[in-house]
Design a protein around this ligand. Structure first.
Ligand code: ACO
Length: 403
């Protein structure tokens, strides 16, 4: 390993690596990805095993603490998270300041950033206890805030969290219950929701996580850092892709039109890309996409949705793209976003909520990475260098002497 700091001090050299395609920014013990072989491990555990046998609360504990919890630790953790699900009542006024047709991600950026104005007793990043309280608060309150953003957008009253339900059930309840009617969460749907949360929990140094770390490296408080991560996640090349996939499938509209869109994706004069395909790190199948596809089939079956036209288009698009020389040569495989939108739509979420759900689930990854960075003794403020290509020194010319 080259010691870049030493190299820079001795030679003045630095690496120019747009998009940080081959620059490590930190050491981390949280998540490992082997992109060539399609492997994703959290604290050493394969994502497939966690998705199959674990639950989101357990994965949250694992990411934050480094080990799976025992019975007692799990119970205590769940109780702590449950106790923090409510948001300060005054925060609901904050929502009312937004236009009803605002994108829920815009609301999330604002409201999550505003948490630092409410929870003053967990802003001291030097205090390990406060760091942990902030982490618990964020994991607990994100579902409440996300559901409030949804309810606000459809003009329904906010639904308070129910602490007798588990994390995913409570989230579904806050989104789909209405005060005047009983609402029962389907256990298969709740399990699928929980699995979607697990699949999005962390993914090492992607754009949003790097943003959280960079923001945090200056000593900014955790709520502000997570708001920065949400902003970064919003882009269609990152978390916004799940929303873009569904829009693309709807635009394709019929299996017969797939070749036309595949052709467009390969045409360099056309900015269109197959959304939900390709990944900076995976040059093989994204292991999360496989689990997502299985979950998609389960959910559609449970809901009695047969022959979903969008699923049909998605499956056929995947089949055609995986046989196409362009996609094979560039190693472009479906990523986690390819099937998630179909599941979320079937559950009843509008497309504008898809990236919000991603942000909710990724919060544990962001906050675990933030904590790891703060606790890393070699941590320094993030400060990339640049390759300056502007004018060389020149002298000021008074306004009336300029041509
Ligand atoms: N459709 C068509 N061509 C593509 C696609 C695609 N989805 N993705 C990459 N390519 C092509 C590029 O045009 C480029 O071709 P070239 O070498 O001829 O110039 C080559 O593959 C490499 O692509 P880059 O953009 O350089 O790869 P990078 O690692 O920077 O980008 C990214 C990865 C952003 C995910 C890209 O594949 C993409 O835009 N995919 C669609 C959006 C998407 O699904 N995003 C979700 C990512 S997963 C996540 O954030 C949860």
């Amino acid at each position: 390993v080259i010691d870049i700091r030493k190299l820079y001090a001795e030679t003045g050299c630095f690496t120019y690596d747009p998009g940080f395609t081959s620059t490590g920014s930190c050491e981390s013990k949280i998540t490992y990805i082997d992109g060539d072989n399609g492997i994703l491990l959290h604290r050493g555990y394969p994502i497939e095993e966690l998705a199959e046998h674990s639950d989101y609360m357990e994965v949250c504990y694992l990411l934050l603490h480094g080990e799976l919890p025992n019975h007692e630790q799990k119970q205590k953790f769940e109780l702590t998270i449950t106790r923090h699900t409510m948001v300060h009542e005054q925060l609901s006024n904050f929502f009312r300041g937004f236009r009803r047709d605002a994108h829920p991600m815009a609301i999330m950026c604002g409201v999550v950033g505003a948490l630092s104005a409410f929870y003053h007793d967990s802003l001291d990043i030097e205090d390990p206890q406060q760091r942990m309280i902030a982490s618990h608060r964020l994991i607990a309150k994100m579902p409440t805030i996300a559901a409030m953003a949804y309810k606000y957008s459809i003009g329904q009253p906010f639904i308070y969290p129910r602490n007798d339900l588990d994390y995913a059930e409570n989230f579904l309840h806050m989104n789909f219950a209405v005060p005047c009617e009983p609402y029962k969460v389907d256990p298969v749907i709740a399990k699928a929701m929980d699995r979607i949360f697990i699949l999005h929990a962390d993914h090492e140094q992607n754009a949003s996580t790097s943003t959280v770390r960079l923001a945090g490296s200056s000593g900014a408080n955790p709520f502000a850092c997570i708001a920065a991560g949400i902003a970064s996640l919003w882009g269609p090349a990152h978390g916004g892709a799940n929303e873009a996939v569904l829009e693309m499938l709807q635009e394709i509209g019929h299996k017969d039109r797939i070749p036309e869109f595949v052709r467009r994706a390969k045409d360099k004069s056309d900015s269109f890309r197959l959304m939900g395909f390709g990944h900076r790190v995976y040059k093989n199948y994204d292991p999360r996409a496989k689990v997502m596809q299985r979950t998609c089939n389960e959910v559609l079956q449970t809901l009695g949705i047969k022959d979903d036209p969008l699923l049909e288009i998605a499956v056929e698009l995947e089949r055609i793209a995986l046989q196409d020389e362009y996609f094979v040569e560039k190693k472009l495989y479906p990523n986690v976003d390819f099937y998630s939108g179909i599941i979320l739509k079937a559950i009843g979420f509008p497309t504008s909520m898809f990236t919000v759900l991603f942000a909710l689930a990724r919060t544990v990854g962001w906050i675990s990475q933030w904590k790891e960075m703060i606790e890393d003794p070699v941590q320094k403020i993030g400060r990339p260098r640049q390759l300056y290509t502007g004018a060389t020194m020149r002298h000021y010319v008074p306004l009336d002497e300029r041509g």
